[in-house]
Design a protein around this ligand. Structure first.
Ligand SMILES: [Zn+2]
Length: 163
């Protein structure tokens, strides 16, 4: 069966960035509902039309991956907001990954890139922003999604939601 919108795809993958392997499926295949924005756009569009049993090897540009690196997402934040009882939180150090909320209460994950006397500089770019993603692997199975899966927007059963 061909991969198209509203199919459930099980696949194995290895992801290389700048020649280093940074992620891979484990013993169990990755299972997802195709065409619902669960994967990055470039990954889904390259797999579209492939069949179970197919092998693949392709690259995804940053604009179809995790986006371009944006300088404006590096922000100097007032040190005050990281103080706990007047003392800098021990969770704040260079390289620390922190989750903050923006003005709308949405969570934003960033990495502390620099500490100064007055500011904590954080980078809110995705860690893979600006990177070309090299995926390789094979399609294990493709099946039609059920009505329920489509309405929930996710896969049920093995590798998916158990409810
Ligand atoms: Zn569900």
């Amino acid at each position: 069966m061909q991969i198209k919108k509203d199919t459930v795809v099980a696949l194995h993958y290895v992801l290389h960035v700048d020649g280093d392997q940074i992620d891979a499926s484990q013993d169990q295949a990755l299972v997802y509902l195709h065409g619902h924005g669960m994967m990055i756009p470039g990954f889904e569009s390259k797999l579209e039309g492939m069949n179970d049993g197919d092998k693949y090897d392709f690259k995804v540009s940053p604009e179809n991956g995790y986006g371009e690196f944006r300088e404006e997402l590096i922000m100097d934040l007032n040190k005050e907001i990281f103080l706990v009882d007047g003392v800098m939180s021990t969770q704040v150090f260079e390289g620390a990954q922190l989750q903050l909320s923006n003005q709308d209460g949405q969570p934003m994950v960033g990495v502390v890139t620099k500490l100064t006397d007055e500011h904590v500089q954080m980078d809110f770019n995705h860690q893979l922003a600006g990177k070309e993603l090299h995926f390789a692997g094979n399609i294990e199975s493709v099946r039609e999604a059920t009505e329920e899966e489509i309405s929930h927007g996710h896969v049920h059963g093995p590798g998916g939601h158990q409810h």
